[in-house]
Design a protein around this ligand. Structure first.
Ligand code: TXA
Ligand code: MG
Length: 349
């Protein structure tokens, strides 16, 4: 299959191209599109055959449910049995935006889309290209992140092309994404709203709107015994090819430890990648040293992390060391993804 790649300018959206993209979805095909978090791999959420195609293109197990993307709040009704009051409040504040909510699903949503679950994840992205595309596609676009299973989520269209060229009909290239980490997922079906995946919308931001929010216990831990509530979180999703270790401790000790390890591993023939910050990056002695930006600028770290992991894959780095980051606010989402990429391997120095 030839994959058409179209560059769409957010400020001047080419209506004809968006119409063509919508037609592909309505005909049961797949289109990758930009959102503010990461690129999505879209198919018709109400068509069981489209969900199957998405799983095949991603190489993803079909018990891993998809997020349904809408472009206006009133379309939520068709997808869900009921809209809890807390969900109305969250939608009013955070939609459109990087928040996904889980509801009891209606009959309209096929089990192929929800991976066999009776619940459905719904999100209304703020990216204007995404909104225009979802409207032209009929209003309900199921989309996981547009990476092959096991690779970091794509933060630019070039990364989508790397993974999906020849597997899908079209890629809408809307440039670099704004946020760089996937949406916050909150389960609205229990007694208390529960965060299943941390993201740009933090626990603190959710608590400003609702009295109580809890967190899935498995979210930041490495306990193998408990099954995470978001089925996708059980897979080692964000895994780079190189063996990643997070090193936590005082700045100088971290730099010294990583350099000692790098020296030893390079003598043994390894190729060492190092993830540092602007303050430390010049001090590292790896084969490839990359800064995520200023430690204080968490938004920049979120935007850069997946790109760096992909670059290390391309460079065939065999071992990766990363500095650790604080796990508060947006840092919680950053550390959640980094811990997953590292298979929870953390060294304290
Ligand atoms: O920012 C995002 O959410 C991006 C963009 C494209 O919107 N999408 C994304 O999709 O990250 P994906 O498929 O890579 O991750 C969706 C996560 C998975 O961990 C999945 O298990 C969980 O959402 N999920 C989906 N439906 C669910 C449900 N009904 N119950 C629990 N978890 C669900
Ligand atoms: Mg994903």
């Amino acid at each position: 299959m030839e994959t058409q790649i179209l560059q769409i300018d957010e400020q001047h959206i080419n209506a004809e191209w968006i119409r063509q993209a919508g037609e592909i979805i309505k005909a049961g095909g797949l289109v990758a599109f930009p959102t503010e978090t990461v690129y999505g791999l879209g198919g018709d959420a109400l068509n069981p055959a489209s969900a199957k195609k998405i799983y095949a293109a991603k190489g993803r197990p079909s018990d891993n449910p998809l997020i349904v993307h809408i472009y206006r709040i009133e379309d939520l009704h068709l997808l869900v049995k009921e809209i809890p009051e807390a969900a109305r409040k969250l939608a009013a504040v955070f939609w459109p935006g990087p928040l996904t909510m889980i509801f009891e699903k209606s009959e309209a949503v096929p089990y192929e889309t929800t991976g066999g679950l009776n619940t459905v994840a719904v999100r209304m992205p703020s990216n204007p290209v995404a909104a225009a595309f979802i409207r032209e596609a009929g209003g309900y676009v199921a989309a996981p992140s547009a990476n092959r299973s096991g690779r970091p989520s794509p933060t630019a269209a070039g990364y989508v092309a790397e993974d999906m060229r020849g597997r899908i009909e079209m890629i809408l290239d809307g440039g670099d994404v704004e946020i760089g980490l996937e949406s916050t997922i909150v389960d609205m079906t229990g007694e208390e709203p529960t965060i299943l995946r941390p993201g740009f919308v933090t626990k603190e931001m959710l608590k400003d709107v609702l009295q109580s929010v809890s967190e899935d216990e498995t979210m930041m831990s490495c306990s193998d015994g408990q099954a995470p509530k978001a089925p996708g979180m059980k897979y080692r999703h964000y895994a780079p090819k190189g063996d990643l270790t997070i090193v936590d401790g005082a700045e100088r000790r971290v730099v010294d430890y990583i350099n000692e390890q790098a020296l030893r591993l390079r003598e043994e023939g390894g190729k060492v990648g190092i993830i540092g910050t602007n303050a430390t990056i010049a001090d590292y002695r790896g084969d490839s040293c990359k800064s995520v930006g200023d430690r204080a600028d968490e938004a920049a770290i979120a935007r850069t992390l997946y790109r760096i992991l992909r670059e290390f894959d391309d460079e065939d780095v065999t071992v990766i060391f990363s500095e650790s980051f604080t796990a508060a606010g947006l840092g919680q989402a950053i550390m959640n993804r980094l811990l997953k990429a590292a298979g929870h391997k953390v060294v304290h120095v």
